[in-house]
Design a binder for this molecule. Structure first.
Ligand code: PLP
Length: 504
């Protein structure tokens, strides 16, 4: 691009590019500002009159005036009545001392020294939520992904539209940090009816998903150094919150009956907090047995521990008899129950809820208000309508049928393609299943090989604290159609055989 023209006004040349997407007045402003900051135009220097500069540069006078106006407004130049326009005596950027050019702006970036974070900041920084999976584009087999293309968008749009049309100004202002009351009431009705929970709207706090519920509970209840139980294998994002809180994490193994409560008591009898997924363990999918539930509640009551029950996606259960939520059996108010709309509706909604013992509601709401005040008002109102008008229950029913068919397709594909190599762990709920790999095969290596082929899985060992006897892959089938499930499992089985062959 040839520069349009240059002007030597006795100090330096300006170059403007008429083909640039940047308007000419902005380019002229930039050039002049640069000349002032680098000293090419010195304080007190008289600038050409706008008409004269426009003439010489073949620009419109308005262009020059716009640039001068901006420089005037920012204090780079000043006009003196009757004598013209001058470079200001005190130029604004000069008031901020510039570092000498040989020293980088932020020395820690160049030297690799740790940034000056607080101790808490360092702990948070060491507990990232990112996974090795995120960059692949396909859906097969992204864990936790619901069938988003089956979400009733037309209904949602209609409800949203109605809310927006009727929105009162109160809906646009700050609302109750505990959450929109009709939504809390609808959730209480849902939890009592379908999860056997014992709660009222007064105990429900609307959160930005169960992740925030976990963060709030840990912030309010766990001190750095406190002992906490964490299911092993267990949900990585919950572990990250515990790590960030500088808790002393004690892994509690999981078997076919769920978290081994007796082992937890033996390892950390005085723990202060327990993270668990009783209805279907994440990631193994097993259900915490009744005797273990009772043992957990008794122990928690005896030693004053808090139990965080993450009941994520409990709406989906395909085998076995559903067990009521732990919260509903808790006689001593030790359980905090978290649920979310991320799996039933969609994760981008960022709405979930925490059911807290009554005496914990106030500190939890205050903690929530401190970080982000509240969840968005209109979104809460739309979901309240979605629930009270029956769309929620209808959507769950439809999705249960769809997911049951997808699960059947997954089990069939594993039997057909993976006979002798792959084995599915019996689970009872959720839209993920764990597939065991042949002994001795490194699940992270299999995961990487599959990623190269465009198949997304999670290595079970990424979700474990203590080494496990056998590797596995976590497969999400909710967002994958039956054909893709079949194709994907075939590739997994072939890849596993290939890797077994290489091992010799
Ligand atoms: C066990 C568990 N808890 C919570 C969540 C989701 O959290 P959120 O409600 O913050 O989206 C997931 C998502 O995959 C999960 O697997």
């Amino acid at each position: 691009m040839t520069p349009r023209r240059s002007l030597s006004t006795g100090f330096q040349a300006f170059t403007l590019d008429p083909a640039s997407s940047e308007p000419l007045h902005r380019q002229l402003y930039d050039e002049m500002r640069k000349a002032i900051l680098t000293g090419r135009l010195r304080s007190g220097h008289r600038l050409p009159a706008s008409r004269e500069l426009a003439n010489v540069m073949k620009l419109s006078r308005n262009t020059v005036l716009a640039a001068y106006d901006q420089l005037l407004a920012e204090g780079y130049i000043e006009s003196r009545a009757g004598s013209g326009t001058f470079v200001a005596q005190m130029i604004p950027d000069a008031m901020v001392p510039e570092p000498p050019s040989s020293v980088p702006a932020d020395p820690s970036r160049a030297t690799g020294e740790p940034r000056r974070l607080s101790r808490r900041g360092l702990a948070i920084d060491a507990a990232p939520l990112t996974r090795t999976t995120s960059s692949l584009r396909g859906n097969a087999f992204r864990p936790g992904l619901p069938a988003l293309d089956h979400f009733p968008m037309d209904v949602y749009r209609r409800l949203m539209d109605r809310r927006l049309r009727r929105a009162s100004t109160t809906m646009l202002a700050y609302g109750d940090p505990q959450g929109y009351l009709p939504l809390r009431e609808a959730i209480a009705v849902h939890l009592v009816a379908s999860r056997g929970a014992r709660c009222s709207a007064a105990q429900i706090i609307i959160t930005s998903g169960s992740q925030q519920a976990m963060d709030l509970a840990v912030r309010v209840l766990v001190n750095p150094g406190d002992t906490v139980w964490m299911e092993d294998p267990g949900y990585f994002a919950a572990r990250a919150v515990l790590r960030a809180s500088e808790a002393d994490i004690v892994p509690v193994p999981v078997d076919r009956e769920g978290m081994n409560v007796g082992m937890g008591i033996a390892r950390a009898p005085n723990a202060r907090f327990v993270y668990c997924t009783p209805s279907h363990q994440n990631p193994l999918g097993v259900t915490l047995s009744l005797p273990r539930r009772l043992a957990l509640l008794q122990w928690a009551q005896r030693c004053g521990a808090w139990i965080f029950e993450d009941d994520n996606a409990s709406e989906y259960r395909f085998e076995g008899r559903p067990l009521a939520a732990l919260q509903g059996v808790d006689e001593h108010a030790r359980v905090l129950y978290a649920g979310t709309f991320s799996k039933v509706l969609f994760a981008g909604l960022r709405l979930g809820y925490l059911v807290a013992p009554e005496d914990l509601v106030q500190p939890l709401v205050r903690a929530r208000a401190l970080s982000d005040r509240q969840s968005p008002g209109i979104a809460q109102a739309v979901i309240a309508d979605f629930m009270t008008e029956g769309h929620f229950a209808r959507h769950i029913r439809r999705m249960r049928t769809l997911y049951a068919a997808r699960l059947a397709a997954l089990l069939h594909a594993v039997r057909q393609h993976g006979a002798g190599t792959l084995e599915v762990l019996e689970g009872e709920g959720s839209t993920n299943r764990v597939v065991w790999l042949p002994e001795g095969l490194d699940d992270q290596a299999v995961h990487r090989r599959l990623a190269e082929k465009g198949i997304l899985t999670l290595a079970l060992s990424e979700d474990t604290i203590e080494p496990q006897p056998r590797g596995g892959l976590i497969l999400g089938f909710g967002g994958v159609d039956e054909k893709e499930i079949d194709d994907g499992v075939r590739v997994i089985a072939e890849t596993v055989r290939e890797m077994l062959g290489e091992r010799g």
